[in-house]
Write a protein that binds this ligand. Structure first.
Ligand SMILES: [Zn+2]
Ligand SMILES: [Zn+2]
Length: 183
């Protein structure tokens, strides 16, 4: 995903509206799973403030994930609001290095600026980052998903298994067995 900012590069207050649609079904990123099963749509605009280019808009897609309890594949709609700042690399070099690790909270605002070269702002990285932040940590197929039996692995949404599934102390379990057998 990219936008050419040629027409507003020297125009303070200039704006470019964009509507980008891209198939990211083959996108994979290290250590994170983002499996997009519908195109990534980015509606937004770029505003030139003189020195910075502000990129704002909404990104949406549908991803496939696994329910964190029963592991069934599920589809999730992901929507992210983007608000990013870009700066031409030549300006950037006159100042502090831009993409260093953020160590000091006071520097956050300044360092949270992306750089670009030429007349093209590449948006893949910021779109990806923003989508990843929106992923639920524990996606569920349904709010009341019953998950898998911790002992036999049966999907309890399909029905009960024969295990004793109470989170009970093993010693208590022995006691219970004794009580049961004494009936
Ligand atoms: Zn589930
Ligand atoms: Zn079981």
């Amino acid at each position: 995903m990219e936008v050419n900012i040629g027409e507003i590069k020297d125009k303070k207050g200039g704006e470019i509206q964009f509507h980008l649609v891209e198939d990211w079904s083959h996108m994979r990123c290290d250590g994170q799973s983002l499996h997009c099963i519908s195109p990534v749509i980015f509606d937004g605009k770029i505003t030139c403030t003189g020195e910075l280019f502000l990129v704002r808009g909404n990104v949406s897609t549908t991803i496939e994930a696994n329910c964190s309890r029963c592991l069934r594949p599920i589809e999730l709609e992901i929507k992210a609001q983007l608000d990013e700042r870009f700066q031409k690399a030549s300006h950037a070099r006159e100042q502090e290095p831009i993409r260093d690790e953020q160590t000091d909270e006071e520097d956050w605002g300044r360092e949270d600026i992306q750089e670009f070269r030429g007349l093209t702002i590449h948006l893949d990285d910021v779109v990806l980052e923003n989508l990843l932040v929106c992923l639920p940590i524990k996606p569920l197929c349904e709010e009341d998903c019953r998950g898998l039996c911790s002992q036999c692995g049966q999907d309890l949404n399909d029905g009960e298994c024969d295990c004793i599934t109470d989170d009970i102390d093993p010693r208590m379990l022995q006691l219970r067995k004794l009580l049961d057998s004494s009936d």
